[in-house]
Write a protein that binds this ligand. Structure first.
Ligand SMILES: Cc1cc2nc3c(=O)[nH]c(=O)nc-3n(C[C@H](O)[C@H](O)[C@H](O)COP(=O)(O)OP(=O)(O)OC[C@H]3O[C@@H](n4cnc5c(N)ncnc54)[C@H](O)[C@@H]3O)c2cc1C
Length: 386
């Protein structure tokens, strides 16, 4: 069930608190943390105080119970300053959403309050070394022995893999079943014996947040941690979280696109060539105009998808369009911002280069943009039969 709408006054107050935090405690520290690829521990504590780990978790479990529209605005604002911070609570909230939508009453009571407070943080463990897009090809298995399952396999690229302590892990409980998705299940796996971090993965951007390999080696988990209590539902439960995940990524794209536009708009007014600011040259003006138009279009597509989600409507096509457009807008704006900065755009002294390194991830995560086009086209035909 979608969360209740929030009043305009409450939303303004909340967004104001986020803006004040970003200016007071985040903006000036980003460059040093990003360079050192250091986990922003202090900011994580502040995000707990702000309630971000429970942003979309219903109030009855201690969360803020925000609708997707308000949540997307928060993600955009934070991404304008440092996108990595949003990754620390985004996949955590998708894990929480799976428990909220599909978990048993006992699982909701046991996990959601601690997820909401940020006492337990984590994310989603779906991808494996041999597959990301084709999730039905996963090899991690969970074999039942009485009331316990034994999980074996390796997951990779797991956000919060080192700092997090609990993951929604997708496994095969029946590797022989056809179609393959009927043999898949989703478990909540808390770190302990048999679950270890393989290695931290190096990345060109998205620094600060840890991406890691997780190794399950005879990891024992009780049937009580099988989400929903029934085997064979894991693929459906995972796909069920993708719409919100894609709205998240779209909102990040709007943030990066906006940040690039802001940097370019200011720089182009202070940099002079041929006796005038470069913003007065037509070649730069067309770039600024296209960047600003992309920002508006990306924001509107994201809001449109989020409002369909909040009305409880099917919105895979809308979320796919928002994710596709906003992530490409982020990439294009980051590159144009770099060109407008000339040689300084290639320097590591300006924020532009971080935007340029962060943006491409958005075209890959939560379903690649190639896959978004396929989803959009399929829905287009399904919704318009002749
Ligand atoms: C920084 C980072 C963080 C991540 N965080 C997480 C996380 O927290 N949890 C998690 O589970 N995963 C995570 N991932 C993994 C991510 O979801 C996958 O990388 C992504 O789904 C793509 O899968 P893949 O890398 O296996 O590429 P592949 O599936 O091998 O795809 C390779 C290329 O082929 C294209 N392709 C594949 N199939 C088709 C098709 N049918 N039609 C057309 N084109 C196709 C793809 O679009 C892509 O261009 C993360 C990845 C990164 C880089």
């Amino acid at each position: 069930m979608p969360n209740e709408p929030i009043s305009t006054g409450d939303e303004t107050q909340l967004l104001g608190a986020i803006d004040r935090w970003l200016e007071r405690d985040v903006r000036d520290k980003v460059m040093a943390l990003e360079r050192a690829d250091e986990y922003p521990r202090e900011m994580v504590a502040q995000m707990r105080e702000l309630g971000l780990f429970g942003a979309t978790i219903p109030a009855e479990y201690g969360g803020l119970g925000l609708p997707a529209g308000t949540y997307a605005k928060i993600v955009t604002r934070i991404s304008e300053v440092w996108m990595s911070l949003t990754g620390i609570f985004n996949s955590h909230l998708i894990m929480s959403k799976a428990v909220e939508r599909f978990g048993t009453g006992e699982q909701k009571e046991r996990f959601l309050p601690r997820f909401a407070s940020g006492e337990i943080r984590g994310g989603l463990a779906l991808t494996e070394p041999n597959c990301g897009t084709d999730l039905q090809a996963i090899r991690t298995t969970a074999v039942r022995q009485g009331e316990d399952f034994t999980i074996n396999g390796t997951k990779t690229w797991i956000s919060n893999g080192i700092e997090g302590s609990c993951f929604a892990v997708l496994v095969k409980t029946d590797p022989e079943t056809q179609p393959r998705h009927r043999g898949m299940s989703l478990f909540l796996a808390e770190k302990g014996n048999g679950l270890s971090v393989g290695r931290k993965l190096g990345k060109i951007g998205y620094k600060g947040i840890d991406s890691a390999e997780l190794v399950f080696d005879n990891y024992q988990v009780s049937v009580d941690n099988l989400i929903g209590g029934e085997e064979g539902q894991g693929f459906y439960q995972t796909v069920g979280g993708l719409e919100l995940g894609r709205i998240n990524v779209a909102a990040r794209g709007v943030g990066i696109a906006n940040a690039a536009l802001k940097e370019a708009t200011s720089y182009s007014q202070v940099r002079e060539t041929m006796g005038k600011p470069i913003c007065e040259h037509q070649a730069i003006q067309t770039k600024l105009a296209d960047m600003a138009t992309r920002c508006q279009a990306a924001r509107l597509l994201t809001e449109y998808a989020a409002s369909a989600y909040d009305r409880g409507e099917r919105c895979d096509m809308e979320a796919g369009m928002a994710k596709l457009f906003a992530s490409e807008a982020a990439l294009e704006n980051a590159q144009e911002c770099m060109r407008i900065h000339g040689g300084y755009g290639y320097s590591t002294e300006f924020p532009v280069e971080r935007l340029y390194r962060d943006a491409p991830l958005l075209c890959i995560g939560e379903g690649t943009n190639e896959m978004q086009r396929i989803i959009i086209a399929r829905q287009l035909v399904a919704r318009n039969p002749v």
